[in-house]
Design a protein. Structure first.
Ligand code: SF4
Length: 374
């Protein structure tokens, strides 16, 4: 494929992609829907997250918030509770805020143009293009990682840098300016996800192999040029399962300026340098006292788990603890609540807290949020 993409070649590629999509697309729960709200939810969830991870969350989210108005009416905590575990929580907050604005400004109807969609919180060019093309059948291109990879390989271009990016965007626009724009965008993404994968693309099964310059060169994986990634930093952490009143444990709320603000987690100390003295039991107990406003006594180690947050791999140790009788107390730095994970509906908690409570022996069934079906 040559860039800029000529109309006649675009017609051939489009026809093959649509035929591939009709025959081989995966049966995903959002694919049958023409509801713009459901399509918006799926596209927001799919940002930086795999299809396999999204499917159960999407179904649970729509069962709990079946339409735009129900999401706009929900509290932030309700929304985060159903979203908890999917990560990138800003997406959930922005989605709820976008729905509130749609109710307020558009009478509850999702606007159908890219310009109006882009004015809503959390909706960038990719999501706006996807919603406009899939829900409203508008010829708007999308350029996510899968699309960049497919187009860069078809044209044997590096795909890096603003000039290259513009060329790929033009190609995506030329391709989508035909019939079935929403299906065409999904076809390119589907090809990137299932056949033109980052490593070992299955060129033998590819519907557009005859138009592919990278395949002709014999080394398709060379395109697009790889981004240099930093290796993750190694960290250590300790979290405390502070028990009281039988089965209850304390949770503290993450502060507004932190990553994942508003979510609940076990008290403790995390993100410290590997082998740092800050993870001595005394430092952990001091950190917990600041969070809970009460002194704690550390008990035995229950186990550990690996957890990755953004560019950090953290080895987290889970320890049991109890409140120190007649210990020093003060004002807790964080909001504190106690829950019985076996019985109570859980507030939205971090993924690390889920893992820690599972290490501590709480059943995953305890993660059923109120009204949800996790
Ligand atoms: S022929 Fe291979 S490299 Fe080219 S688009 Fe198809 S799968 Fe990707």
């Amino acid at each position: 494929m040559l860039l800029p993409l000529r109309r006649r070649q675009a017609d051939v590629i489009r026809r093959r992609l649509l035929a591939f999509y009709d025959r081989h697309r995966r049966d995903l729960p959002w694919r049958g829907s023409r509801d713009p709200y459901a399509i918006l939810v799926s596209e927001v969830m799919l940002q930086q997250t795999t299809v396999a991870a999204v499917v159960p969350y999407y179904e649970r989210f729509l069962a709990r918030f079946p339409d735009l108005r129900s999401l706009a009416r929900a509290s932030e905590e309700e929304v985060l509770t159903v979203w908890a575990g999917l990560g990138y929580y800003r997406r959930a907050r922005s989605l709820r805020e976008a729905c509130r604005q749609i109710v307020h400004r558009y009478g509850g109807h999702l606007p159908g143009t890219v310009a109006a969609l882009r004015e809503l919180p959390g909706i960038g060019p990719y999501t706006a293009g996807a919603v406009a093309s899939i829900a409203f059948n508008l010829p708007e291109p999308v350029l996510d990682g899968n699309v960049v990879r497919v187009l860069a390989r078809l044209a044997a271009r590096s795909g890096r840098g603003s000039g290259e990016r513009r060329l790929l965007e033009q190609a995506a626009r030329t391709l989508v300016e035909g019939r079935r724009p929403g299906d065409l965008n999904q076809a390119v993404m589907e090809l990137g996800a299932t056949i033109c994968t980052p490593t070992k693309p299955a060129c033998g099964a590819c519907p557009v192999a005859r138009s592919c310059s990278a395949r002709r060169e014999g080394l398709p994986e060379k395109y697009p040029e790889a981004l240099r990634r930093q290796s993750p930093q190694q960290r250590r952490g300790v979290v405390l399962v502070v028990r009281h009143d039988g089965g209850r444990v304390y949770l503290v709320q993450r502060r507004a300026e932190s990553l994942m603000p508003g979510l609940w987690e076990l008290p403790g100390l995390s993100g410290q340098e590997k082998d740092c003295v800050a993870l001595e039991p005394r430092s952990v107990a001091r950190a917990a006292r600041r969070q809970l406003g009460q002194s704690v006594v550390l008990g035995k180690r229950l186990g550990s788990f690996q957890h990755t947050v953004v560019n950090r791999r953290v080895k987290v140790e889970v320890r049991i603890a109890r409140l120190r009788p007649h210990g020093r107390s003060g004002v807790a730095r964080a909001a504190v609540r106690s829950v019985d994970p076996g019985c109570d509906p859980m507030p939205p908690v971090t993924a690390a807290t889920r893992k820690a409570l599972e290490v501590a022996g709480f059943s995953p069934r305890a993660w059923i949020p109120a009204g949800g079906g996790q």
